[in-house]
Design a protein around this ligand. Structure first.
Ligand SMILES: Nc1ncnc2c1ncn2[C@@H]1O[C@H](COP(=O)(O)OP(=O)(O)OP(=O)(O)O)[C@@H](O)[C@H]1O
Length: 251
């Protein structure tokens, strides 16, 4: 069974059909990319999967369970983590604290209780700290743990965002333009990080405009144009698909 199965998904904004009858699935352990021109509906698709938007039609199954229309925090607790086009780290907090917040979503104590330092949550707090540190180590940025997150270089902030998403222990990680705003060295580094995340057994679905990154790391690619899926295939086939070249790659 596919880890994620999107069926006939649609979203209408007034008279605009932003996503139209989109179906695809993501097998466990795969890196799958969604590409397409500006306004093709990629971010809307992500928002439908993660519960930020309610679909007008269709369904989303995670590991066979219908998660269509659930709230974002519920979907996060079912095992889908995401990062955003614009990095959203908390200012005034260290890298470690930012990553610990991701972990709190999965903890029993809850974020408020832990902020109040209730005694019964201190042991849990220690475990969360340890788990967050392990995520930083996995991504090779443990030495940044005590620095203020928003003072870091852009590429490092992106890695912190990935660590925070990993701290949620997701089965599926959705990355919205992970290379946006990064230089070629930082983009190559993010590519390595995404590949190493897959090595941890986490399935990845990403939206990305950087075609060298997409072609390098993806197992399969879905192409959207005007809200519709126009192609789905392995990278080599997508690169030589005439319709894809016409609407997107040939730009
Ligand atoms: N909340 C909204 N209300 C109305 N229209 C919207 C809303 N969100 C997106 N749209 C429209 O839906 C279409 C798809 O937008 P979306 O942001 O999903 O495209 P995208 O493929 O992610 O584009 P980009 O590559 O520029 O990020 C666009 O025409 C956009 O203007």
């Amino acid at each position: 069974m596919a880890l994620l199965a999107v069926s006939n998904l649609g979203k209408q904004f007034g008279g605009l059909q932003a996503v139209s009858e989109v179906s695809f699935s993501v097998e466990r352990g795969m890196i799958k990319a969604v590409i397409g021109p500006n306004g093709a509906g990629k971010t809307t698709l992500f928002n439908l999967i993660t519960g930020s938007l309610t679909p007008s039609s269709g369904s989303v199954l995670l590991d066979g369970r219908d998660i269509t229309g659930h709230r974002p925090h519920q979907i996060a607790s079912f095992g889908i983590a995401r990062t955003f086009q614009n990095i959203k780290l908390f200012p005034g907090m260290t890298v470690l604290e930012n990553v610990m917040i991701g972990r709190h979503i999965r903890s029993s104590g809850g974020f408020i209780a832990s902020m109040l330092h209730l005694p019964w949550v201190l042991a849990e707090e220690q475990r969360i700290r340890q788990a967050a540190l392990e995520r930083l180590e996995m991504l090779g940025i443990a030495e940044l743990a005590e620095l203020e997150a928003t003072s870091l270089a852009f590429g490092q902030q992106r890695a912190v965002e990935l660590a925070r998403a990993l701290a949620m222990e997701p089965d599926l990680l959705l990355l919205d333009e992970p290379a946006a705003g990064l230089n070629i060295y930082e983009t190559a580094e993010v590519g390595r990080l995404i590949s190493s995340i897959r090595q941890l057994g986490i399935t990845v679905l990403l939206v990305e405009h950087d075609m060298s990154l997409v072609m390098d790391i993806s197992d399969e690619i879905v192409v959207l144009s005007f809200g519709r899926k126009i192609a789905e295939d392995v990278p080599e086939a997508i690169q030589s698909n005439e319709e894809v070249i016409k609407v997107y790659l040939g730009e």
